[in-house]
Ligand binder design. Sequence first.
Ligand code: KG4
Ligand code: ZN
Length: 335
Amino acid sequence: MLILAFESSCDETSAAVVDMTDEHRLILSDRIASQIEIHKLYGGVVPEIAGRAHCEAISGLAYGALEDAKCTMDDIDAVAVTNHPGLIGALLVGVSFAKSLAWSYNKPLIAVQHIRGHVAANYLVHEDLKPPFLALVVSGGHTSIIDVRGYTDFVTIGRTRDDAAGEAFDKVGRKIGLPYPGGAEFDRLSYLGNKEALKLPSAAIAGDTLDVSFSGLKTFVINYLNTAAQKGESVSREDIAASFTNVVVKSLRNRVEKANKSLGYDKIVLAGGVAANSHLRASLAEYCENNSLKFYCPPNSLCGDNGAMIGAQAYYEFMAGNIADVSLNAYCTQR
Ligand code: KG4
Ligand code: ZN
């Protein structure tokens, strides 16, 4: 089944063609237009600017994705699009475009929840992966611990109560002078510092919960930097990066370990933009290795937002009978 899929929930516009069956899951094309250079100027994503940039990019990306996949709309079996959660003005561009395309070519339309899409990025590179499993989805907008019972049966069992993991990296990164988004540079800097230099509070909330909170941790670092500046003391960016990364990784690993103690799955899946973090990948891989669990993570190219992951999840939504129509809307919150 050939699916033309669109993603426009935040600051990447993407159109992709995937070939999905019960036997194979192939990426035929995955064109991505990043808006990072635009938003860098402001230190974060400006929603109105994101919406406009999606409008400018989406049509060319759609043509490009079809061309790369060496097919035309006649070959496409369905059109898929992320319709929530995300920035409303950004989502509406993808939803309106996909809706018009599906309607004018008389193709089925499939709506995909963005977080499910991130998880599905793993199906495109791990042939053997199928639910059930435990998933940790960490990105610039989301931090969720999910009991994935089936391809379309997701139960969120833990989440952030404030900032997302990527947002925390980006905000602390900005404070130590890294350009937006700071995640990847943070990762690199962390190797150069002492991870025990700062005693930071855990992001794992105590008690009978799997939730995390990054805002206290972030404020702790910001206060530390402000105090040092007032005293005229110099700080090591590398030590801050290493200490912050260490506590974020430990907190997330703690949540995964705690969650899987009760679920008892033999597979752990990592997904989302922050899944590119090498320290987090190594820590979860080690946990899985020590406990004879299989660990799955996409390559960096499929960790961030992309259309192929939306197409992959769309196949399973289609098979489950989840087909949308022209009344499809976009929603900023998770439904
Ligand atoms: O999934 P994504 O592209 O967008 C959302 O759905 O939010 O994730 C982007 C986030 C940004 O916050 C970025 O800083 C973070 O992923 N990120 C990283 C790394 N690479 C990207 N965070 C930590 N370490 C990395 N290596
Ligand atoms: Zn995302």
